[in-house]
Design a protein around this ligand. Structure first.
Ligand SMILES: [Zn+2]
Length: 328
């Protein structure tokens, strides 16, 4: 079948909502819709996913047999071998749910699941900043830090299909405790949750501190949003915390660079909000953690897919595995 006649369906599952989209292998998104997920019964949500997917197909006058493959992106942990979503802190109801089997039967189409961080790497590689390159690393820095690695033209998944947990490399064994049980992980230094907790612990007794005032009573903003404002307004506390964050990012990126010698490192979420406030110091600090030969041709960029990364991620899973048979 010619590439332009192939259609793919994607489901990007998040803790609060699910993006459903219909697209082509060239990255054209024909249609997309979002449905709520938060605290609902997974069976009910999966039925909604099927109805929504079928509606997108009907609106585009496409019969389901025209779908070449379906991709599902979801937060880990996943049982990729059995095609199941397992319980996670943001999706407590989704425990041992055989979603791949369910969706593939409903649409009679090959269906693949991948964790959302790996899917982000596929999206940047197939549709985003790293099109046609062979070596790319994607880092998503939101509540936690996740990542995916494309090495020599393949997604790195490891022996148990759980490789690429880039947020949990230990940068300092004496560092802050991480949610994963280790100490001093990259995520424990730079993840959104860790930064919120640090700012709360440092400043909660100082209601007049500029960073607390920036939040205007919205506790959800205490974290990167107020920190970035603090850095822009040259607040001393914010600048010193930012220095530490930039140093730890450079350390982690330096480690990945020396191991994989990537052409692109693409940063999402927090990096999109911070832009050059983050990129410039990280690039400056990188020679402390990686060889000059490794840095020479390396391009560090923010994600061009931005807020559409979920839709592109789900589609990229379908496109990638439609073209690369999977070992499981
Ligand atoms: Zn960890």
């Amino acid at each position: 079948m010619r590439e332009e006649t192939k259609f793919y369906l994607g489901f990007d599952i998040g803790g609060t909502k699910i993006a459903v989209c219909l697209g082509r292998a060239d990255g054209t998104i024909i249609a997309s819709e979002r449905i709520p997920n938060l605290e609902r019964n997974p069976r009910e949500v999966m039925n909604d996913m099927v109805s929504c997917g079928k509606k997108l197909l009907a609106d585009a006058s496409l019969p389901p047999q025209n779908i070449s493959a379906i991709g599902i992106g979801a937060p880990g942990p996943l049982n990729i071998i059995e095609g199941k979503i397992e319980s996670s802190p943001n999706m407590k109801n989704w425990n041992d749910i055989p979603i791949v089997d369910f969706i593939s039967k409903e649409f009679s189409a090959k269906t693949y699941i991948e964790n959302d961080a790996n899917a982000g790497a596929l999206a940047e590689w197939i549709f985003g900043a790293g099109k046609n390159c062979s070596n790319l690393i994607y880092l998503t820095m939101s509540t936690g830090i996740g990542g995916g690695i494309i090495a020599e033209g393949k997604l790195v998944r490891g022996n148990d299909l759980i490789g690429g947990e880039m947020g949990h490399i230990v940068l300092d064994p004496e560092g802050p405790a991480c949610n994963c049980g280790l100490r001093g992980c990259y995520e424990a230094f730079c993840g959104g949750r860790a930064i919120s907790q640090k700012i709360m612990a440092d400043l909660s007794q100082q209601p007049e501190h500029p960073l607390i005032r920036f939040a205007q009573g919205d506790a959800g903003k205490i974290g990167y949003p107020v920190l970035i404002e603090g850095v822009k307004s040259k607040n001393g506390y914010a600048l010193s915390l930012w220095d530490e964050i930039c140093l730890r990012n450079a350390q982690a990126i330096g480690i990945f660079t020396n191991i994989f010698n990537p052409e692109f490192i693409i940063l999402g979420t927090v990096a999109l909000a911070a832009g050059n406030l983050l990129l410039d110091p990280v690039k400056k600090l990188l020679p402390r953690f990686a060889w000059p030969q490794m840095i020479k041709n390396l391009k560090i960029k923010t994600s061009p897919l931005g807020c559409k990364i979920g839709e592109y991620s789900a589609l990229s899973i379908a496109v990638y595995y439609d073209n690369n048979s999977r070992a499981n």
